[in-house]
Design a binder for this molecule. Structure first.
Ligand code: ATP
Ligand code: MG
Length: 876
């Protein structure tokens, strides 16, 4: 066998199976399409499940792929075993009811021993304990010695992931030789990574419901999976999958950033491998449109990124570095996955935003956790309480996995049960909160409609006569007749009402006969049935009635204007900001269009103006908007924009407006000119790397303008300005005038205070050669008192002044003593303290100036009256 690079191995495999009449299909996205049972694609067969289940027809009964996979359950093994990554590529050949065990085994053997020339005596075979058929093929057809075929139980050799196709399997293992330990038994040699599994041939013959029931499938299938990195590890004779050519380059990059040599220390090696793995997974995940968040896939991504960042810190890297490594990941993988290079800037930006945000969290969290640990040590405890762990996670965003990991490193454990309990409580609270906000939701009220699917005519019509009422529901139960005042759900055979989907709200309007009317407040969809949520406002309505269904046309027209403008907006954003812009959510109703998209920084005024201009140019050019159904492949050829992670059928609807081409099931204007005008109202941030634009169209713009006009008129009226065009200058002039007046007022106040002080000084009493001045100044805050006092402090005579100010319920004493007074024994601090005490207040300060708060302001006069006697006690 010869050293072969990872990229060559991939090609060799795929072309080998092409030579066996397989169709090569591209790797699917890591985000499962139309499969809610899986968070992330974890095997080659996962995205092909629909073919196995007969829900869709494959392009060929024989298919071969190299599939990107993420396996988070393996996270703990990563860096510790030789063979596990959270990210890896899986090579596979598949038979959909075509060939079965014999060919699968024969070709696997041929590929390994003939194409790759792996010596047969290095390979071991395992089979499911009761699969005699497989044993017979291996032994008699291929010629494998009997003792090299190991029978294993369900845990090892029965392949299933949740529900769906499953079956016995047969694995091919490679013996890496003496260097990895002795070979006492197959199990022992596997445990020490001497023998590693490279290929799993699954003979999928059952369909499992995930609850222990297995139904034999009509058409038996083959599904095989071989880890590309593992195969490369074998072919390159390296120790583990991180030393494989392309992967190693990533590790080398990390090594050089950290200044840590590989193979010097077992502990830093683990960190190097963990980062290598996690940066691969996260780069590929972001490339497939996943964004960091606190739930689902986004959480997996966040967790991997944060773990990588933290292992960077363990290696002593103090600055953000993942973005740099990300470049190497892209370079090493762009041959097989060119989209990575196209999205380079976007991927790097998302990762850097997350890494920087985490750096802040980690600093704060580590500080707190260290504090908690110190307390535990002092108290001789070893378990961090669930409450503390929850506080770290809830208040500071410090992830629980990290808390656990860091605690373990320091020899502590975490009360996870309590943590889980608290987290659960919080989720319940959030849910209740959400439900309360959303009101009673029909969507949750799972009505099972037993009727043919509704025919939707709303793309071309807003009014449908002579349609039949198929069913009426009240409080979730079917009824025959609804009477005036009833809140109901009405199902028709045919309807022009658009049901909420794709971010476009449901239609409103009315359903009526000659004698009865139902006001439709919303329309939603449930498995092909359109549910009109309505209340009967006149007469009564029965199952079987012939009715007219009429959409609120003005509202729907506004919705269509906003929806079409969302398409023009996305197109304009891509022109102004770049091709990384993708819709990340939208809400289109009659009031506005709200459009979320991937972009990493706030838009500038200029960018916003440019986008607005481009959209309005299309509107003014009156470009036609066309809607067409076509096979998905054709739509893709047209370059139609699809949503990340959205499930599409074989036939899709494509909406075209100039060079904006999108997959879309919504309703649209037929010509952009109908939009009238488009105006962006706001641009803001929703999450890291996601921006939101809110815009209005048509009469919405008019309303906005009228609103502005109204505000301006009101402002002008308030300042008695007849000509509104003079508003800016007038406001500027008024602001200047106000400032001027403030200054004048301030100086007048000062003058008055001085005059008051002068009058006080003239009437000052003398005690033992020291002049005493005291006054009560209602309505003066501490600042004013201080100013007044300061005018006394510098006088060239022995003088003590005591002022009491009140401001609402608060009272303040301020006492100053001139230098001469201080030299005679006066002490402002002592005076003010004693005086304030009379009111129950407190305070103090320096000998030359001191302030105190009054307690009961009703006692201020009483306190001031004591001034002379207090001073007498101090003066020598
Ligand atoms: P293991 O027991 O080694 O974890 P597995 O039984 O989970 O493997 P399968 O589910 O049969 O593996 O997947 C098929 C092939 O995919 C394996 O034979 C292996 O080559 C590869 N593979 C599985 N998990 C990983 C992983 N975490 N990292 C790299 N390759 C993997
Ligand atoms: Mg496994």
């Amino acid at each position: 066998m010869q050293w072969t690079g990872l990229n060559d191995l991939r090609e060799k495999y795929l072309s080998f199976f092409e030579s066996k009449n397989h169709t090569r299909m591209a790797s699917a996205s890591l985000v499962p399409q139309g499969d809610k049972s899986l968070l992330l694609i974890n095997s080659g067969m996962a995205p092909l499940k629909k073919f196995f289940l007969g829900q869709a027809t494959p392009p060929n009964k024989r298919v071969t792929t190299c599939q990107k996979c993420i396996r988070t359950p393996d996270i703990e093994s990563v860096g510790k075993t030789a063979r596990h990554g959270t990210y890896f590529e899986m090579l596979g050949n598949f038979s959909f009811g075509d060939y079965f065990k014999t060919e699968a085994i024969e070709w696997a053997w041929e590929f390994l021993t003939k194409t790759l020339e792996i010596p047969a005596d290095r390979l071991w075979i395992t089979i499911f304990e009761s699969d005699d058929e497989a044993e017979q093929i291996w032994e008699n057809h291929i010629g494998i010695p009997h003792d090299r075929i190991i029978r294993l139980g369900k845990k090892d050799n029965f392949w299933e992931h949740g529900s769906g196709p499953c079956g016995p399997c047969s694995e091919i293992h490679f013996d890496r030789g003496e260097a990895y330990g002795p070979f006492e038994s197959f199990e022992q040699a596997s445990d020490c990574d001497r023998v590693i599994e490279i290929w799993n041939l699954v003979f999928s013959q059952f369909d499992s419901d995930g609850e222990g029931h297995y139904a034999e499938m009509k058409n038996k299938n083959i599904d095989t999976g071989m880890g590309l990195e593992r195969l490369a590890c074998v072919m390159q004779g390296v120790d583990n999958i991180f030393e494989v050519d392309t992967v190693q380059n990533i590790m080398k990059h990390i090594s050089s950033i950290a200044g840590v040599e590989y193979k010097k220390d077992a502990k830093t090696d683990v960190s190097l491998r963990v980062i290598t793995d996690h940066i691969r997974s996260t780069t590929l995940m972001v490339g497939d449109g996943i964004l960091p968040s606190n739930e689902g896939r986004g959480y997996v991504l966040r967790r991997l990124l944060r773990r990588a960042a933290r292992h960077g810190r363990l290696l002593g890297v103090k600055r953000p570095f993942l973005t740099e490594v990300c470049d190497t990941v892209i370079n090493e993988n762009k041959g097989a996955y060119p989209e990575l290079a196209e999205k380079r800037d976007y991927i790097k930006k998302i990762i850097s935003v997350e890494e920087e945000a985490f750096a802040k969290t980690i600093d704060k969290g580590t500080e707190l956790l260290t504090g908690f640990i110190d307390t535990l040590k002092a108290e001789n405890k070893t378990v961090l309480s669930g409450d503390d762990a929850f506080k770290l996670s809830d208040t500071y965003g410090f992830p629980i996995d990290l808390t656990v990991e860091m605690c373990e490193e320091m020899g502590f454990t975490v009360d996870r049960d309590r943590f889980t309990e608290l987290a659960k409580e919080q989720r319940a609270r959030a849910k209740a909160d959400h439900a309360a906000k959303a009101g009673s939701s029909w969507a949750d009220n799972s009505i099972k409609v037993d009727a043919p699917k509704t025919v939707f005519t709303g793309y071309t019509s807003m009014n449908e006569e002579g349609v039949s009422v198929l069913a009426i529901y009240k409080d979730g139960a079917e009824i025959q007749t609804a009477v005036e005042g009833d809140d109901v759900v009405i199902v028709l055979d045919k309807t022009p009402f658009y049901a909420e989907s794709g971010g476009q709200v449901g239609d409103t309007g009315s359903i009526f006969t000659g004698s009865s009317v139902a006001a439709v407040e919303d329309t939603i969809k449930s498995e092909g049935h359109f549910l009109h949520i309505a209340s009967i406002t006149e007469g009564d309505l029965s199952k079987g009635d012939k009715v007219t269904a009429m959409v609120d046309k003005a509202r729907r027209n506004s919705i269509m204007r906003n929806h079409t403008s969302a398409h023009l907006l996305q197109n304009a954003l891509r022109k102004v900001l770049g091709d990384h812009v993708h819709q990340a959510g939208q809400l289109v109703n009659d009031k506005a269009c709200r459009f979320d998209f991937n972009h990493f920084s706030a838009m500038t005024e200029q960018e916003i103006a440019d986008v607005e201009q481009i959209v309005n140019a299309s509107i003014m050019a009156a470009i036609p908007v066309t809607m067409e159904e076509m096979p998905i492949e054709e739509a893709k050829k047209l370059g139609a924009m699809a949503l990340f992670g959205e499930k599409y059928g074989d036939t899709v609807r494509v909406v075209t407006a100039g060079d904006s081409i999108e997959f879309c099931g919504g309703t649209h204007v037929s010509n952009a000119a109908q939009i009238g005008l488009f105006k962006i109202v706001s641009e803001s941030s929703v999450a890291a790397g996601v921006r939101r634009i809110e815009a209005v169209t048509g009469s919405g713009v008019l309303e906005l303008l009228n609103g502005y006009k109204d505000t301006i008129n009101k402002a002008a009226k308030a300042i008695k300005l007849a000509n509104v065009t003079e508003l800016p200058e007038k406001c500027a002039a008024m602001a200047a005038e106000l400032k001027d007046k403030d200054k004048k007022l301030e100086s007048l106040t000062q003058q008055m205070a001085n005059a008051k002080a002068a009058a006080l000084f003239d009437n000052a009493k003398e005690v033992s050669g020291v002049k005493l001045v005291s006054a009560r100044m209602d309505g003066s805050a501490p600042d004013a008192l201080r100013k007044l006092g300061d005018s006394v402090k510098d006088r060239n005579e022995a003088m003590i002044a005591l002022f009491a100010g009140t401001n609402g319920e608060k009272g303040t004493f301020y006492c100053v003593c001139t230098k001469d007074a201080v030299s005679k024994g006066a002490n402002a601090g002592a005076i003010v303290r004693e005086i304030a005490a009379v009111t129950g207040g407190k305070g103090g300060g320096k000998p030359d100036s001191a302030m105190a708060g009054a307690g009961d302001i009703a006692k201020i006069d009483e306190a001031l009256a004591k001034f002379e006697s207090v001073v007498s006690g101090l003066i020598k």
